[in-house]
Ligand binder design. Structure first.
Ligand code: DGL
Length: 268
């Protein structure tokens, strides 16, 4: 069991921010990552579609021997976590609960902001989790769909990115939030730009860091018996994945395989 890999899936390349944190926390674990680059983005899609994709992605990781599945994608975590937990024979964790817990323990004035995709915000998954944890917190949410392409473009320092962040965050800043959940895989890439806009008095909660800490509680370091091997799979566009991945991870990805989940067979 211990030798089996940790499985991580995302709608595409953004989940590598979660992979990066988990790799840091578990240097000896083998990790299988699947990015659904053929069907990204999940953010604007219906819950039925996102759930169906998420189930296929998780089953693929099971076929690869995953001993635990981490849903890196906030949109998938928002709509498919319970279904996956109820139907899969291995533990499944998502990013919502760890992010919400960190935010609740961080806030001093009880005003928490959440930014994410349209799907994540519409689902109210973070708000529900926060009010389960602490009734008297007030939650202010904002969908920020333009931040995903800006992060993928590598425009971390671009004025367009700063302006876009300012525009999206204006209503949350007016509510005087003191904590902001980065509820999308791509936002940790823009962390510095977001911090500059909100100022030092607002604490940013990185769901990627939070889920990796939760994983550590379930899978302590001493369990590690692998050799720290990475296996990356995507459903399309290997070159683009490689290019963005090298920026996010600061390493060159050599072992990358394209798969067709619909047919469950390898294309290359
Ligand atoms: N991975 C998605 C998330 O964290 C962002 C990209 C998408 O819309 O698929 O919600």
């Amino acid at each position: 069991m211990n030798k089996r890999p940790i499985g991580i899936f995302d709608s595409g390349v953004g989940g590598l921010t979660v992979f990066r944190e988990i790799r840091k926390q578990f240097p000896k674990e083998d990790i299988v990552y699947f990015g659904d680059t053929a069907r990204v983005p999940y953010g604007p899609k219906s819950y039925t579609t996102v759930s169906a994709y998420s189930i296929q992605n998780a089953r693929f990781l099971l076929q690869r021997g995953a001993k635990i599945i981490v849903i890196a994608c906030n949109t998938s975590s928002s709509v498919a976590l319970k279904q996956l937990q109820d139907s899969l024979p291995v533990p499944v964790i998502g990013v919502i609960e760890p992010g919400a817990k960190t935010a609740v323990s961080t806030t001093r004035n009880g005003k928490i902001g959440i930014i994410g995709t349209e799907g994540t915000i519409r689902s109210k998954a973070y708000s529900r989790e926060i009010s389960n944890l602490k009734k008297d917190c007030r939650v202010f949410s904002q969908a920020c769909p333009l931040l995903v392409p800006l992060a993928e473009e590598g425009w971390e320092d671009h004025p367009v990115t700063t302006l876009t962040i300012k525009e999206y965050l204006k209503p949350l800043l007016e509510e005087e939030i003191d904590t902001l959940i980065l509820g999308c895989t791509h936002y940790p890439i823009l962390k510095e730009a977001i911090q500059k806009v909100v100022g030092d008095n607002i604490v940013l909660v990185d769901s990627a860091e939070a889920v990796s800490k939760q994983l550590y509680e379930i899978l302590p370091d001493k369990e590690n018996e692998g050799i720290g091997e990475d296996h990356f799979f995507v459903s399309d566009n290997e070159d683009k994945f490689r290019q963005i991945a090298s920026r996010i991870l600061n390493i060159k990805i050599s072992k990358l395989i394209k798969v067709n989940l619909g047919e469950s067979w390898y294309l290359s």
